[in-house]
Design a protein around this ligand. Sequence first.
Ligand SMILES: Cc1ncc(COP(=O)(O)O)c(C=O)c1O
Length: 477
Amino acid sequence: MTAPAPSPAPDSTGGPGGGSDLHLDLSPEGPRRTALAQALRAAVRSGRLPGGTRLPPYRTLAADLGLARNTVADAYAELVAEGWFTARQGSGTRVAGGAAAAAGAAGAPAGPVPERPRHDLLQGAPDPASFPRGAWAASARRSLAAAPTEAFGPGDPRGRPELRRALAGYLARTRGVRSGPENIVICSGFANGLRLLASLRPRDWAVESYGLPFHRGILDAAGLRAHPVAVDGDGARTGEVPARARTVLLTPAHQFPTGVPLLPVRRAAAVEWARATGGVIVEDDYDGEFRYDRKPVGAVQGLAPEHVVYAGSLSKSLSPALRLGWLVLPDHLVDPVLAAKGQRESWAGALDQLALADFIECGAYDRHVRRMRLRYRGRRDRLVSVLAERVPQVRVTGIAAGLHAVVELPRGREAAALDRARAAGLALDGLSSYRHPADRSQPREGLVVGYAAPPETAFGRALDALAEVLRRSVADG
Ligand SMILES: Cc1ncc(COP(=O)(O)O)c(C=O)c1O
């Protein structure tokens, strides 16, 4: 085929070395043009070359494959004529949108696609639409321009010094954490920090009787024992930590998931336990910034820095996509944690760390947290008032802080309420799913309602659906 070149500026991306790489397996049989056209069709059909992909200039692909330039031009022209590719003045040759689908290979997963819930009230995520893209981009740009050359080398497992300095100041000011940058180790979120600690602490741990199964799973996977400590309306009963436990995992600011702050005498009891036994408290401060009442709860770490590992994360305050968190360590744990991390940082990217340091130092983090606090408090108020009006029989608890609340249910009602919720297209969890399997205290039932993430337009409808599910659950008894 000797069709004219479909693309008038085939090498506009930079001459023979320009354009993108393209791996193609050409059949050794038959004319080269036919083999190339077949390989290109197969690449589109398989989804390897999605619609819109720009193809390499003729000269580049010809050089890469050891073909004549005209052979590539002819093969491209053939695929343009067949509708697989498009060629437009100035933008070269591209894969046509929908070419794979038209060829009957859209790359759709086999089997039935699960139906998405219509109303998502699962706890866990902050509002993804409120990520401060502009301010983050400005911090990323500024910090990139100012980064020293060594920042582009292999990462230091302690984390960037700029970020550790910024965090030491921020955590002291907002959470009452007592630490210098030398006691801070950056990690890739709380779960990563917990894995590091699990790898070096003795076998017996104590955990709250209600908590994230995922976190208990991390301890299990490390071969540790996680003994339950009962949780009641004042948080974990820290006076009842099992004698053999050497490490206690707590969520003092906002018990997860029941939502209560740890009573001051229980904070003191936890510190007393640590001092008396030489034990370590791991303080998971996952949403400590989001308090809506007038009693800010400082970190337990401030009471006993030598006995508490304070763990923070961006997952609720900014976005779980960043995978950044920090451990504030007692002196005696700094070296063991660094040894557990290894000689080089494997998880937390230095450039995001630098951006975060700038984001904190320029005040953007404070501004974002304050803005989100107002927004989430508004969400929480709507949840409480809709339920108070429509289902006054239910109690909503854990509302003083955080991004979720618990709607308490009488014993024996949770499973049916969850079934109803599912049928109504409402995604949320029951309180029972967070219970430690070995918990011997009185079981509690309820629905854990995340109110931060739904888009504004969907939130009202989700609340209506929830109120209706609860109304029927309570009425049916
Ligand atoms: C109880 C609790 N701890 C910690 C975190 C933070 O986890 P990570 O930093 O691993 O995303 C979360 C979720 O955001 C959580 O629910």
